[in-house]
Design a protein around this ligand. Structure first.
Ligand code: CA
Length: 107
């Protein structure tokens, strides 16, 4: 299962090019641009599982840093500041990683 199986390639391309500049990434804007905001909870859960590369049940900081590359291999990594603020927004219980609850509310 790849993210491109249920998101339009053209949406992914434009979402990634919209945050090409360092520190211009915003999770909310990205999820909207890529069409994820309109997806069903099941599909949103699938994306969560793809992002959780080591299957720990959480999206940790190192996985978050590679966030964009799950959508497109050639995409840049998130900067330290972007990773930090993304984590802060999705980390509902303050344990330093994003669990399913925080992710679901975020998207
Ligand atoms: Ca993980």
């Amino acid at each position: 299962m790849a993210i491109t199986d249920f998101l339009a390639a053209s949406d992914i391309t434009s979402a990634i090019s919209a945050c090409k500049a360092k520190d211009s990434f915003s999770p909310k804007t990205f999820f909207k641009a890529v069409g994820l905001s309109k997806k069903t909870p099941t599909e949103i859960e699938k994306v969560f599982k793809i992002l959780d590369q080591d299957k720990s049940g959480f999206i940790e900081q190192d996985e978050l840093q590679l966030f964009l590359q799950n959508f497109s291999k050639g995409a840049r990594t998130l900067t330290a500041a972007e990773t930090r603020s993304f984590l802060k927004e999705g980390d509902a219980d303050g344990d330093g990683k994003i669990g399913w609850e925080g992710w679901r509310l975020k998207v």
